[in-house]
Design a protein around this ligand. Structure first.
Ligand code: NAD
Ligand code: ZN
Length: 346
């Protein structure tokens, strides 16, 4: 990925045990602090730490409780304090081993500890593999909403061993499906067939390639990168309204169906993508119901960081594999949500 600091993405099977030797290709032996969550820790940290030691790194480990509820200021502060306690310097390294929560928090810690140290993403969820581990968006949730604090900070490498999905619960696999379908919807219709065939290697490769091209064109999320937010305005509101009990991917799946339907009803597009999306997502067993009112969704949508002044860029499907951005005013956003929820087909 050719951002200001270019980096490689490795995708493969049974490569976790070689993490140390891959890391050596981009960072000289140093102190390497593994950051992970309580669940991933019990399954995968030993093999990664052993390979790092073998490759000459001096290792330490920070573990926090698994789940989206940990993606907060308290966990972030604890990570920073632990990095300081371990005596990591500017030439040292963080290894983020886990899903999007680990990646976002570790990346933000890496971006801010000593004003920025290197980090490597080792995604272990389908969602992190196809989306969050690439692109350098890092951050955490505030009480008022998702991802409201953060930084752009690119990793030095991404090492994705999709054999790790073997231990991933079905629900977490669905989260990856939702983000992969999203990438297909915005850029590449064929990708959706690959998702349906569960051809993980090529789904990850295509999603990462799509994200790479978008991030290279717009690292700081001021233009085309906002296409990746398809389904996320409504999705983030649903996550927040459910107190994060609805997972990110599931919320995005609901959001994509609802936003597509609303865009069609509002006359922003001639193409109603909601039927195709509902049919595709139902094949995986997604529950697409939205147990909230348009007013509730609107309240949390107003805290969305995608809002600029009094407008928000919505992602409008034009066909399968092609979306465009359209700015709508906040009062139109209210109407958009009301139309979408009026006889919402989820
Ligand atoms: P997660 O990190 O919470 O992981 C989900 C669950 O799976 C956790 O309980 C975790 O312990 C467990 N787990 C992880 N790997 C496992 C494995 N191999 N085997 C068994 N269990 C495993 O959540 P996620 O779905 O990976 O990521 C969601 C987060 O990613 C959200 O906070 C979202 O905002 C963020 N995100 C960020 C970006 C970005 O660009 N930075 C993009 C999309 C999503
Ligand atoms: Zn997402």
């Amino acid at each position: 990925v050719t951002t200001r600091r270019p980096y490689d993405i490795l995708i493969g099977q049974d490569i976790l045990a070689n993490t140390g030797s891959y890391v050596r290709e981009c960072v000289e032996p140093c102190k390497a602090c593994l950051v992970t969550d309580s669940k991933v820790n019990t399954i995968y940290s030993q093999v990664v730490i052993s390979s790092l030691i073998e490759a000459g790194y001096q290792t330490s480990k920070i573990v926090f409780p698994e789940g989206e509820h940990s993606k907060n200021i308290t966990t972030y502060t604890n990570i920073l304090e632990s990095l300081a306690e371990e005596g990591l310097s500017r030439s040292d390294l963080i290894i983020a081993l886990g899903g999007g929560v680990v990646g976002d928090l570790s990346g933000f810690a890496a971006a801010t500890y000593l004003r920025g140290i290197k980090y490597i993403q080792v995604p272990t969820t389908y969602l992190a593999a196809v989306d969050s581990s690439v692109g350098g968006k890092t951050g955490l949730n505030l009480l008022y909403g998702k991802n409201l604090a953060g930084a752009f900070w690119q990793p030095s490498m991404v090492i994705c061993d999709y054999d790790t999905f073997r231990t991933l619960p079905e629900q977490e696999m669905l989260d990856g499906v939702a983000e992969a379908v999203k990438s297909g919807m915005i850029m590449e219709a064929n990708l959706i067939d690959k998702v349906l065939k569960k051809d993980y290697g090529s789904v990850i490769e295509r999603c990462v390639s799509i994200k790479k091209s978008i991030v290279e064109a717009d690292e700081r999320d001021t233009g085309i990168r906002q296409l990746l937010n398809f389904g996320h305005t409504v999705g983030h509101s649903i996550e927040r309204l459910s107190s994060y009990n609805t997972s990110h991917g599931l919320a995005v799946a609901k959001g994509m169906v609802m936003e597509s339907y609303a865009a069609y009803k509002m006359g922003l597009t001639d193409f109603d993508a909601s039927g195709f999306l509902r049919e595709t997502l139902s094949r995986f067993g997604f529950d697409l119901s939205i147990p909230y009112t348009a007013e509730e969704l609107y309240k949390y949508a107003l805290n969305d960081k995608k809002i600029h002044g009094d407008s928000i860029a919505m992602v409008i499907p034009e066909s399968i594999g092609k979306c465009r951005l359209q700015k709508i005013s906040l009062s139109d956003l209210g109407r958009f949500l009301r139309l979408g929820m009026e006889d919402y087909p989820g």
